[in-house]
Design a protein around this ligand. Sequence first.
Ligand SMILES: [Zn+2]
Length: 178
Amino acid sequence: MYHSTGVERQRGEKLVSVVEKEVENWRKILVTGNKKRERVLVSGMIDKETGKMSKLFTSFTTKEIRNKRNVEFIKGLHPNLKKRLKEHLERKKTGVKGFNLEDPDVLKYGWKGIDIDEIVPHAEFMALDDLLKQISKNELPDLVFERILGYNSYLQKEGIMHTCLDCFYLTDLITFIK
Ligand SMILES: [Zn+2]
């Protein structure tokens, strides 16, 4: 549970209601279980201080990845996230407890210069990127992450969705509403 008071609480509640509305919209469009499974979740973020809210994101579809939407996204990353991603990929390369380095899924470590084709960012990472850009296009002090509330909602069934191990690091210092 996320506990807070006053304006912050209202902002958290607003985020949850906007994300849940989007989940309802997606459920009408994605009628089969497979389609829902592909998009996985809806993620959004809000700045507790200013009330600025990110756009809402789902996972990339196979078709979007085939069209290199992931590469396009990674190239335009906010400076703070570019830094975080590089550090994260380095960390994965050296091995971190809990990572299965054989796992072909998600954010594979492949940051060799511009070899970024294999990095598939997740919805919460995209929401974070969008919100940071709304706050400032330039690099921000790391404290900015502590101002941010995130919320993930699962498309297939009712319920929140926890972040994966990659997003756990990439969204460090953010509070997720559970
Ligand atoms: Zn993730």
